[in-house]
Design a protein around this ligand. Structure first.
Ligand code: AHZ
Length: 309
């Protein structure tokens, strides 16, 4: 029945495609036409509550001590998580994202347009994760930015050693004094539900939670309601004198600079993606995403170097 439905759909819209119809798997196909006798398996409401909360609290417990925390699950943070997760399935990686929907600005290619542009050689990352693209010579085009984001996201979420804590904001950094030196080492993050973080001005004392980790990778994007979080905090805690401030748009130079400068800023804190433009005073690149993917890859490489992992 499934292949008949697919064939009918093709016939009715009149569009001819070269893609062959793919039959549904037998268990799903067996539902088609069987709705009159259809019934879900039984369940009690508390079972659903426990199925969710038991797992979430087990994750909170396990990830209270992580190996790496990635702050921000935009295009850079997700690319970094993918690379680390592939190379080191033994590391426990917490990915903390303020939004309910991970992906940052990478659900659209630019303005409200769908297609996402990546300059070569960032196409190697698309091939690695299995995102199809059109080759236009020096650059490639993914038909919808959401295809990039959802594909990388699905790979990251499927990795056993990565937990995404979305709707969770990093409110502060955990610091340790380095013995005999002036500076601090970053030793984890301070978290809160994003909805709580947004109400610190009108509700009193809603204390946060913490994740200890020897390494934090911050990819919170350029300044905005949530962006450039870690580098701004480094200034307010006097670990950095001032930020360079993101410069105007220069596609040609901006992407190389972001990838090359992706690095450990203070001990225990690597910064990548557009957060780095605020730190270093780099140009923005606007709607071309290759640097975000490859800055994520470089941040992963730097992370493994820092800890000699
Ligand atoms: O919600 C933010 C977004 O998903 C998240 N984030 C920010 N602050 C956070 C905090 N705790 C937890 N304190 C936080 N999460 O970080 C993510 C940043 O994603 P993004 O897409 O904004 O940044 P990116 O550096 O990955 O990609 C930038 C894409 C841009 S901006 C740009 C330009 O303006 O010219 N060009 C490109 C390609």
């Amino acid at each position: 029945p499934a292949s008949i439905l697919a064939a009918k759909a093709k016939a009715s819209n009149g569009n001819s495609t070269t893609t062959a119809a793919a039959p549904l798997t037998a268990p799903l196909a067996s539902l088609l036409g069987a709705w009159p006798t259809f019934k879900f398996a039984p369940i009690r409401e508390s079972t659903v509550s426990r199925a969710m909360t038991r797992r979430y609290f087990a994750d909170l417990d396990a990830y209270a001590e992580a190996d790496i925390v990635i702050v921000g699950a935009g295009s850079c943070g997700l690319s970094c998580a993918y690379t680390l997760g592939r190379l080191r399935p033994d590391l426990r990686i917490a990915l903390v994202e303020a939004g309910v929907a991970p992906g940052g600005g990478a659900w659209l290619g630019g303005q409200l347009f769908s297609a996402m542009v990546m300059r070569k050689p960032a196409d190697v990352f698309l091939s690695e994760v299995g995102v199809p693209f059109e080759d236009e010579g020096d650059y490639v085009v993914v038909k919808h930015a959401a295809l990039f984001t959802s594909t990388v996201l699905s790979k990251v979420l499927a990795m056993e050693n990565i937990k995404l804590f979305n709707a969770t904001t990093v409110e502060d950094l955990i610091t340790r004094q380095i013995e005999g030196e002036e500076g601090v080492r970053i030793a984890g993050v301070v978290t809160n539900w994003t909805l709580v973080s947004m109400h610190h001005d009108d509700q009193s004392c809603m204390d946060p939670n913490t994740i200890n980790a020897p390494l934090v990778i911050s990819t919170t994007g350029h300044d905005g309601p949530f962006g450039a979080f870690s580098v701004k905090r480094l200034v307010s805690m006097k670990q950095l004198e001032q930020l360079g401030g993101m410069r105007g748009l220069d596609m040609q130079s901006a992407e190389d600079a972001i990838v090359k400068n992706t690095r450990e800023i203070v001990p225990g804190l690597i910064v990548g993606g557009m957060e780095l433009s605020e730190m270093d005073g780099c140009n923005r690149m606007g709607p071309t995403f290759g640097a975000m993917a490859l800055s994520g890859v470089k941040a992963a490489e730097e992370a493994l170097k820092v800890f000699d992992l």
